[in-house]
Design a binder for this molecule. Structure first.
Ligand code: GDP
Length: 529
């Protein structure tokens, strides 16, 4: 017996996509196939109303299952799937990037009519940094899409990945007649009675010359399919599990999340090919999931999930060991030991009986601000640190101006909370008293202002700041750094960790100053350690 066999198997993954590609619809169908929901429609309701943060509780109450906006768990084929949500456009922030550090694989959803879009590419790059293996799902084949070869070539060229088609659509849109499962030589046809739901009646054929095909699809479709699949077999890489797991090749599935076509092929592919818990990068050495002691890191903090209680939940990715309710874990760097008496264990169908969790699982830890994104928690170690949680340099900087100066304490609290959640970054200029907030995208500002009003009752305005961009400063020689800071005081701020930041009026100034101070590193991302 290997150490693995005693551990329940997990598939911890996220879906990456551009808004509207069908992530919400697919999520719902995955939960459906995983038996976690019985009726369609519920997750969509959440998708339509993403800002309603308490919706997950409603869903949970109604269904008695673990659906949250952050972690969704379901079972399939004897495996437990943990699907981590990456917020869509409205909430889009660094939070999404950090969530991707907590998964072992990803599903990339692409709209067949649109191909790769801006956000798909951005999120893909984050996965690539960590060699996260990616399964591609080209969605909406029930509608007219772009030519299949064009879509496949686009993935291969733009993302520099080998592509390996696993199923092939028999026509698209009005001409759609089904899917051909290349791997298993099966023809999957939409059922006539219920065109809305293909539930797995497949015909096994011996290949594309099998005479059985004649009664299954039209002559025209048969000819096209044969030609296309033959071309694809020559033109694209054969599926190779090693190449997939190292992030060099993506198996490509086609389907329609809306009509359930190809969703079961996708879920089965995740079960068969996607990796279980992978070793996580850490100092002094990576943490192996087979390490018997409990180690994990906080990748997300969500405040005010229940506005009535001002609660805060830190999400820990368990990387090794068997976690038990009530355990004490060291919070590295603070010397504190944290007792985890009421963990939210998402993997269980029934919260009450959930007393333990395994590598790959996510544990929600209610707390009052003790736990922060990037924290390492460890059962036995005092100096282990998970690495690689990125901080991103802001691209928009704004001055926060209070409408009512007596609310400065509340503002401070809101800034602290939202910085902890990764919605914004907060800087304090060395000279001058006003807070500067930095974000990567405009939408984060809108989320910030609306939550400030709704959750903290603080009216504030954002005014332009003299600066456009910011960089963390690092230097091997502390004297040179101190000297730089002293001579550039009016452009220096500190972040919440008191790390020095250089704020530049524009890209030109940044270049100018960094070229003249070549001993200093101007970092666009800072890795939490
Ligand atoms: P998200 O923004 O990525 O979460 O996308 P949604 O799941 O909300 O889907 C965006 C729109 O595309 C919705 O109107 C869906 O009904 C529609 N949609 C999703 N999947 C499919 C599909 O397979 N076929 C068609 N025709 N429409 C789809």
């Amino acid at each position: 017996m290997t150490a693995h066999s005693s551990r329940p198997d997990r598939r911890t993954f996220a879906i990456i996509s551009h808004p509207d590609a069908g992530k919400t619809t697919l999520t719902e169908k995955l939960l459906y196939f995983g038996g976690a929901i019985h009726l369609a429609g519920e997750v969509k309701a959440r998708g339509d109303n993403r800002r309603a943060r308490s919706d997950w509780m409603k869903i949970e109450q109604q269904r008695g299952i673990s659906v949250t906006s952050s972690v969704m768990t379901f079972e399939y084929d004897g495996l437990t799937f943990n699907l981590l949500d990456t917020p869509g456009h409205e909430d889009f922030s660094e939070d999404t990037y950090r969530t991707l550090t907590a998964v072992d694989s990803a599903v990339m959803v692409i709209d067949a009519a649109r191909g790769i879009e801006a956000q798909t590419r951005k999120l893909f790059e984050v996965c690539r940094l960590r060699s996260v293996p990616i399964i591609t799902f080209i969605n909406k084949v029930d509608r007219e899409g772009r030519p299949i070869f064009e879509l496949l070539d686009e993935i291969a060229d733009q993302l520099a990945l080998d592509v390996s088609p696993m199923v092939w659509p028999v026509g698209m849109g009005g001409l759609f007649e089904g899917l051909y499962d290349i791997e298993h030589k099966k023809l999957l046809k939409p059922s006539k009675e219920d065109n809305h739901a293909y539930r797995g009646d497949a015909t096994v054929i011996s290949g594309l010359d099998d005479p059985k095909l004649e009664s299954l699809i039209s002559e025209n479709a048969r000819q096209n399919l044969k030609e296309e699949v033959e071309l694809a077999e020559v033109g694209y890489a054969e599926f190779d599990e090693k190449a997939y797991q190292s992030g060099d090749l993506t198996p490509v599935y086609f389907g329609s999340a809306l009509k359930d076509f190809g969703v079961e092929q996708l879920i089965s592919a995740i079960a068969r090919h996607a990796p279980g818990p992978r070793p996580q990068p850490a100092d002094p050495e990576p943490v192996n999931p087979d390490d018997p002691s409990v180690n994990g890191f906080i990748f997300k903090v969500q405040a005010n999930m229940n506005p009535a209680h001002r609660d805060r939940v830190a999400f820990m990715r368990l990387c090794s060991g068997r976690f038990r309710r009530g355990m004490k874990l060291n919070q590295i760097g603070t010397g504190k030991a944290i007792s985890i008496h009421s963990p939210i264990l998402f993997f269980a169908q029934n919260r009450e009986v959930a007393d333990e969790a395994f590598p790959g699982d996510i544990i929600g830890i209610p707390n009052h601000g003790t736990l922060r994104v990037g924290d390492t928690l460890s059962e036995n170690s005092q100096d282990l640190t998970f690495t690689g949680l990125p901080d991103f340099a802001p691209e928009i900087l704004r001055r926060v101006v209070l409408s009512d100066p007596t609310k400065s304490k509340q503002l401070r609290k809101a800034l602290d909370d939202m910085a902890e959640e990764g919605i914004i970054r907060v800087f304090h200029p060395v000279i001058g008293g006003q807070w500067i907030i930095g974000v990567v995208g405009q939408l984060q500002l809108e989320v910030f202002i609306s939550r400030l009003d709704a959750e903290y009752r603080v009216a504030a305005a954002l005014e332009p700041s003299p600066w456009q961009t910011a960089r963390w400063l690092a230097c091997d020689d502390p004297k040179i750094l101190a000297n730089f800071i002293a001579t550039h005081q009016s452009s220096i701020a500190e972040d919440r960790d008191k790390a020095p930041i250089f704020m530049a009026k524009d890209g030109w100034e940044l270049n100018y100053v960094s070229e003249r101070n070549s001993d200093i590193r101007f970092l666009a991302t800072r890795e939490r350690r």
